[in-house]
Design a protein around this ligand. Structure first.
Ligand code: ADP
Ligand code: MG
Length: 591
């Protein structure tokens, strides 16, 4: 009765599938991690929706994941009783990549497999990793709350199209059946599957069940019994004592919560006691996601209350400028029925959020001081093992963790200066800039470095803003500073105008644009120079008046200056006006 529909994958999915199968093959076991991770997410979604609609549990409230295999059929099956999917959801989520930046991602591929493997890892391929080991995948699902006859059967050979059918499915949830490729029979082994689960999915809080196996004397082989056995620890990783968690377990947990293929850059795990009791396990990714600037992007922290999952992407738990942080916060005090609306107003949440910000800033300060580097070594080693047999050329082993962090997330941290008044000082210390001190385009100069190099008599921190580093470096406003050997910060990112509008001083020293106002170098200017300027202003009064007359409304004033050594003239903004660069930015934004 049911008709079979043939549908085609999105072009990007086709490309991704092809590339992935080749580039991730050396690490093929991860398919199981990805499918289990999805099953666990599906259970979380059911719990979240179940908070307001208990009927979704359909008298089956013990959420679990089941892994089984059939040696004769050559299949492996991962099944869950989570939220399931409707027909439309299958079409939208399986066979389409909804992420922003998909096109950019594909255009950034080099064709070099080792490099692309890195990129693919960064993009995340989740469900599609099933095709690394399968030449056919069947997914049968039914969404919680829909009737049994609204089940959906999806099937694909991973070549470019898939089929969809409506089927009957009595039990809620999703079942993914992998039909193994030729030569993958080593996976049809209970011991092997258990060891893969323990390696990658031990941290999953739901039980992952497999049927117990027993040695049969009679058949002279292992036989699968009817008895269930939980393969993973099935307890909340963050609730275990730190000393009992290995770096690998921390990493695998990160990959699950962050939907990332690569290990994190650093993490902090802490239990907070006192008025608010909670545990936080927060991670900084190694790379910025493609959608860091996408308002719709999925971000935030997983919220638990006494180990019970409450919601994903709780954006209220961290400010916007820390939106790249991933992890969990588990509160002892919040009510179990906490909703997003309650989160927005809760004083308890405010306290938790302030605590989480402190922890993250503390972690970043540690990184800036070169701590946690040993963690990196361990990770690099694991990384290496993960990609065994694969040349790993563009290893980002050079540079410290903080340098990596700043490259990936520095622009976002800069937003914090305007967003988080209470922590402005701490954030300011983390900032890194390009300056005239060194001839490099890398942002490496901190404000403290700058202060330590200030000239005798210098009272201000000087900067120039422009729409490119090159323009900043060639600014005529820098001439007098070069002459006097005074360092100037070169600001060329969009967010920099916002930054200097909000950061007016650092450790008692004012930040001053070199392109604003009459340049008062204070004690840096000697008396003779001042006299000379006055004298010249008098001498050229006639000329400046004439120019002013010609330019008319276009300028406020025309002055003689000492700030130029080579250029004949330059534009200067009034001290209280917008900088020229900001004006340009606003214009380009249509304002
Ligand atoms: P991600 O997990 O990062 O979203 P995946 O490729 O792993 O990416 O999964 C894509 C989407 O398919 C999921 O976001 C989810 O909506 C859906 N999905 C996959 N597996 C399941 C499952 N077992 N139950 C319900 N939905 C699923
Ligand atoms: Mg996934």
């Amino acid at each position: 009765t049911a008709t079979k529909e043939h549908l085609s994958f999105q072009t990007e999915v086709k490309q991704l599938l092809k590339l992935m199968i080749h580039s991730l093959y050396s690490n093929k076991e991860i398919f199981l991690r990805e499918l289990i991770s999805n099953a666990s997410d599906a259970a979380d979604k059911l719990r979240f929706e179940g908070l307001t609609d208990g009927a979704l549990y359909e008298s089956d409230s013990e959420l679990k994941i089941r892994v089984s295999y059939d040696a004769a059929e050559r299949t492996i099956t991962v099944a869950d009783n989570g939220i399931g999917m409707s027909r439309q959801e299958v079409i939208d989520h399986i066979g389409t990549i909804a992420k922003s930046g998909t096109r950019e991602f594909f255009s950034s591929l080099t064709g070099d497999q080792a490099k692309d493997a890195h990129l693919i890892g960064q993009f995340g391929v989740g469900f599609y990793s099933a095709f690394i080991v399968s030449d056919k995948v069947t997914l049968i699902t039914r969404r919680a709350g829909l009737r049994p006859e609204h089940g959906v059967r999806w099937e694909s050979g991973g070549e470019g199209d898939y089929t969809l059918e409506t089927v009957e499915k009595t039990d809620r949830g999703t079942q993914v059946i992998l039909h193994l490729r030729e030569g993958e029979d080593d996976l049809l082994n209970g011991w092997r599957l258990r060891s893969i689960i323990r390696k990658y999915s031990d941290h999953i809080t739901l039980p992952i069940l497999m049927k117990k196996e027993e040695w049969s004397q009679e058949k002279n082989e292992n036989t699968i019994t009817d008895e269930d056995e939980t393969v993973n620890q099935a307890s909340a990783l963050w609730a275990r004592p730190k000393s009992e968690i290995t770096p690998e377990q921390y990493n695998e947990f990160y990959k699950h919560v962050a939907h990332d293929f690569e290990p994190p850059l650093a993490y902090v795990h802490a239990r907070v006691e006192g008025k608010q009791e909670y545990t936080q396990l927060l991670y900084i990714p190694s790379r910025a996601p493609f959608d860091l600037y996408d308002r719709e992007s999925r971000h935030g922290i997983k919220l638990y209350v006494r180990r019970i999952f409450i919601m994903d992407d709780a954006k209220q738990l961290l400010p916007n400028y820390l939106r790249f942080v991933r992890g969990v916060i588990d509160s002892n005090d919040l009510p179990l029925n906490v909703s997003r609306e309650i989160l927005q107003e809760s004083k308890d949440i405010e306290a938790i959020r302030a605590g989480a910000v402190k922890k993250v800033l503390g972690l970043l300060e540690d990184l800036a001081q070169g701590q946690h580097e040993e963690q990196q070594d361990q990770q690099d080693q694991q990384d290496q093992q993960d990609r065994e047999g694969q040349e790993d050329e563009d290893k980002k082993g050079e540079g410290t963790k903080f340098e990596t962090f700043w490259k990936e997330f520095g622009q976002v941290i800069k937003e914090g200066i305007g967003e988080d008044y209470a922590n402005r000082e701490r954030i300011a210390k983390l900032l890194r800039f390009v300056s005239t001190h060194a001839d490099t385009d890398e942002q490496t100069v901190s404000l403290s470095d700058y202060l330590a190099r200030m000239k005798e008599g210098q009272e201000k921190i000087y900067y120039v803003t422009a729409d490119s580093l090159k323009a900043a470096r060639n600014s005529p406003h820098l001439e007098v500073f070069r002459k006097k050997g005074i360092e100037v910060l070169l600001l060329s990112e969009r967010v920099d105008e916002w930054l200097v509008a909000n950061l007016t001083e650092f450790e008692g020293k004012q930040l001053q644009s070199v392109a604003k106002g009459s340049l008062d170098l204070g004690k840096l200017e000697d008396e003779a120079e001042k006299k000379e300027q006055e004298k010249e202003a008098d001498e050229y009064k006639e000329l400046t008046e004439k120019i002013k007359g010609i330019l008319g409304e276009q300028v406020k004033d025309v002055r003689v200056t000492l700030r130029l050594t080579e250029s004949p003239a330059c534009l200067v903004a009034d001290s209280h006006d917008m900088s020229g660069n900001l004006e340009r930015l606003l214009k380009s934004a249509g304002q």
